[in-house]
Design a protein around this ligand. Structure first.
Ligand code: ZN
Length: 750
């Protein structure tokens, strides 16, 4: 799905930065947040390296069903649900009437005394829980205040051919079984007769759009669907409240869709009776499109309204290995299509269905080109597309995904239409192929999808709509205190947080993991493995975390903990830059510090006066036992600037402290280390201190004790910071004052 605000919000945030802060008034609230946050970014959150890296991140070890390596376990099981759906549309009444025959297979090791089904249309009943949650200020969820008789009318429920007891509670139906369903292979046949009135605006996921040539019906959440029974929660029965999406079993679906004869129907899967529903000429154009990389018009605008046949037609579709089925029907559709080339050599078909209001090269005239490009890119990069068609339908949804078909807004154009088309088809990988639990973990589909969209947009038509983001500057907004943690479900966060927490922040986190933590090669291998392992299965966040660590070979608990589970902030800083003995020809010591709770690998760019530069990469492990870190730079040139994260790839709540420039330097006189060597004594305490020069550095040693290194700090003073020792020489270098823990001792040169 797309968050109408969010997608554009993210685009707008991006633009905000690329436009040098010349932002439109639309986003002034965002801007206010951005700038307000820079105030409390100053109050430093404390970095605790034990907390960041502590052991026992995983709450349990591997099980028979889920291996600690992140793969499905040796005894992994999953139930399946096949559907045979017959449905008819009354376009005058907006009524859907249907029969769902469900074949449910219980592969679990448990017997079942009852079944749970999802009745998502009941969200649109007046007294639904979802409606009760709509605030006075309004919501995108629900039916936008439309008054109508929404929700299912259930006519009958049969189990193995006989009427059976069932109970409906809000969006769920429980069927009590007359005899228990066997474990490991028991099959239940359920048949439900139902009808409902479609909302005009169905929580931005289905609905009815008026156009000058008739209504467009975009129909989803329309038949009773099995709840998932899994090894994590047993039955997953959380109600559909509007904000959080779906968790569904896989299976094969056939659908016979009866609509007025002048309608055209597009749907998930493959059309089985093309010859019965299309004219001979239209059929010829389909054949042409199946072999064409260029978009072929199937039903041009000029032919709309010419079909005045009365009565009805039945359109037959079939889709295999799917978790859902959606369709659209309208007399107003322009239809066009082109071939999709898949890596294995197989072909699929990109199809667009839109009204004449949406036509034209600046708008939906390019929809099929966008669809083809997105599917080809994702197939090549991650996992091959498995459905015979991919259809983009213009409706009144901002953007919503279903297997093999998506609904995008009919007013979308240009960059926005690319963005929403690419996003909704990206969902074919998450959650259509990788079937995670969207109701609980929206970030596992929206976030992963937002991440792959970035790469797809970069690749599309040589970057036609791509602009690189300044990730660093977004840290302040993404990690601001107003948001809940990513791991929280969409029903458990403010509606306004969903855009950032389900989409943008996890998406960006994946980008950071790829570009700055693992590197693209390791990341892509691990992420691809995750997709392959869990294709058409039900992974949890832990399966994802385990897989990424096992395949990449890197410990990442600190990242999962900080970015996904907690809302830790990233704030790294350059603390100090000092020349060795005040002399740049001797090299420098650079101190960086980790201020935020979430550590990161640190990239340091050093620019010299002669316009050359050097990059130093510090692994995240330096932060496993330090809150600040000093390293020696072997250089002979004067430094003009030291900068962390020079490519702005890591979000940082306070980027201003990432920079040190020579203007910040405390002037320090050049010294000759040999002038400070020798043995000094304090007779009262009976102690001698000996100072030696080694490799242009001063070392001190008290009689009978270990040698310690000393750093020159200017004004004839040397320090050993770890022990809080400070030594100040007199101007004639004959005495040295030793300070530790607030106590001073004078030593005289021998
Ligand atoms: Zn989405």
């Amino acid at each position: 799905m797309i968050i109408s605000g969010v997608f554009s919000l993210t685009i707008r945030i991006t633009k905000l930065f690329s436009m040098n802060l010349k932002f439109p008034t639309l986003i002034s609230t965002v801007a206010a947040v951005l700038f307000a946050n820079s105030v409390y970014a100053q109050e430093a959150p404390k970095y605790d390296y034990v907390e960041a890296f502590k052991p026992f991140f995983y709450s349990q070890t591997g099980t028979e069903t889920r291996s600690a390596s992140g793969q499905p376990g040796h005894a992994y099981w999953q139930n399946s649900a096949d559907y045979n759906l017959n449905v008819s549309l009354n376009d005058a009444k907006n009524e859907i009437t249907g029969t769902a025959e469900i074949t449910y297979t219980n592969n679990s090791p448990d017997k079942m005394g009852f079944l749970w089904l999802q009745l998502d249309q009941n969200l649109f009943e007046k007294d639904s829980r979802g409606n009760a949650l709509v605030p006075i200020s309004g919501s995108r969820n629900g039916a936008k205040g439309e008054t109508f008789d929404g929700g299912y009318k259930i006519k009958s429920v049969k189990f193995n051919g006989k009427d059976v007891k069932y109970t409906v509670t809000d969006t769920r139906m429980q069927i009590d079984l007359p005899q228990e369903l066997k474990a490991k292979g028991g099959v239940a046949k359920v048949k439900i007769e139902y009808s409902f009135l479609s909302p005009q605006y169905g929580s931005d996921r289905m609905g009815i759009q008026d156009t000058k040539n008739g209504k467009i019906f975009t129909i989803a959440q329309w038949y009773p669907r099995m709840c998932v029974y899994d090894d994590v929660l047993g039955w997953n029965t959380m109600p559909y409240l509007g904000a959080s999406e779906f968790y569904l079993e896989y299976g094969d679906i056939t659908a016979n869709i009866t609509v007025p004869s002048n309608h055209y129907v597009v749907a998930s899967g493959e059309l089985l009776n093309e010859k019965e529903v299309y004219s001979k000429e239209e059929s010829n154009r389909w054949s042409q499109a199946r072999n064409s990389d260029k978009t072929i018009m199937i039903r041009p605008e000029s032919e709309i309204g010419k079909n005045n046949a009365s009565g009805t037609k039945t359109w037959k579709f079939k889709i295999s290995q799917t978790r859902d089925f959606a369709w659209a029907s309208s007399p107003a559709f322009i239809l066009d299509a082109a071939k999709i080339n898949l890596p294995s050599g197989k072909k699929s078909l990109a199809i667009s269905a839109y009204p004449s209001e949406s036509a034209g090269e600046k708008a939906w005239g390019r929809s099929t080109e966008y669809t083809k490009a997105a599917i080809e890119h994702y197939s090549e990069k991650w996992y091959e597309y498995t459905y015979p068609a991919a259809t983009n339908v213009a409706g009144n949804e901002g953007g919503m995904e279903y297997p093999g078909i998506v609904f995008c807004h009919m007013d979308s154009k240009g960059e926005e239409l690319w963005g929403v088309t690419d996003h909704e088809f990206g969902h074919n990988w998450f959650p259509m192929i990788v079937g995670s639990n969207e109701r609980l973990f929206a970030w596992m589909d929206e976030g992963f999808n937002t991440f792959i969209n970035e790469l797809s947009t970069e690749a599309f038509n040589k970057g036609e709509y791509y602009s690189k983001k300044n990730v660093a500057q977004m840290g302040n907004y993404l990690m601001s205190d107003q948001f809940e943690p990513i791991m929280v479900g969409p029903d458990n966060m403010k509606e306004n947080s969903i855009g950032v927490l389900a989409y943008y922040k996890p998406g960006l986190g994946m980008g950071v993991l790829r570009e700055s933590i693992l590197g693209p090669e390791k990341f892509d291998k691990a992420f691809k493995t995750y997709i392959e392992r869990w294709a058409f299965k039900h992974p949890t966040p832990w399966d994802f975390f385990h897989t990424m660590e096992n395949v990449s070979g890197e410990e990442l608990n600190w990242f999962w903990r900080g970015w996904f589970i907690n809302k830790w902030k990233i704030d790294q800083a350059v603390k100090n830059v000092k020349y060795i003995n005040g002399d740049f020809t001797s090299g420098a010591q650079i101190t960086v510090e980790n201020l935020g709770q979430l550590p990161m690998p640190t990239t340091v760019q050093i620019k010299f006066k002669d316009n050359t530069e050097q990059i130093v990469k510090l692994p995240v492990e330096i932060w496993k036992r330090n809150t600040e870190w000093t390293f020696r730079l072997n250089s002979t040139k004067e430094i003009v600037e030291v900068k962390l994260d020079p490519k702005s790839e890591i979000p940082d709540v306070n980027p201003t402290n990432n920079l040190w420039s020579s203007a910040d330097a405390k002037p320090m006189e050049k010294i000759n280390i040999k002038d400070f060597t020798g043995t000094f004594a304090n007779k009262e305490i009976g102690l001698k201190l000996t100072f030696k020069e080694k490799d242009n550095q001063l070392f001190g040693q008290a009689s009978g004790q270990q040698e310690f290194p000393l750093e020159y700090a200017g004004n004839s003073t040397f320090k050993f910071e770890q022990a809080e020792i400070s030594l100040t020489y007199s101007s004639d270098k004959k005495t040295v004052t030793f300070t530790q823990g607030g106590r001073e001792f004078k030593f005289i040169k021998e």
